[in-house]
Ligand binder design. Sequence first.
Ligand SMILES: [Zn+2]
Length: 54
Amino acid sequence: MKCPICGNEHTGKLSKSRYFCSICFIEIFLSRKEELQIYKILEDGTTCPIAATN
Ligand SMILES: [Zn+2]
């Protein structure tokens, strides 16, 4: 999975459909329909949705 924001190709894989970019500090969720959902990881460890693409 390539980070859709910064283009980093070395994203970490958290699970089948969850990836992590250590440059942007975001989690990328890939839905069954291959829709990307991007969540910013906040300082307290919670996530906040920042974008969704079709
Ligand atoms: Zn990134």
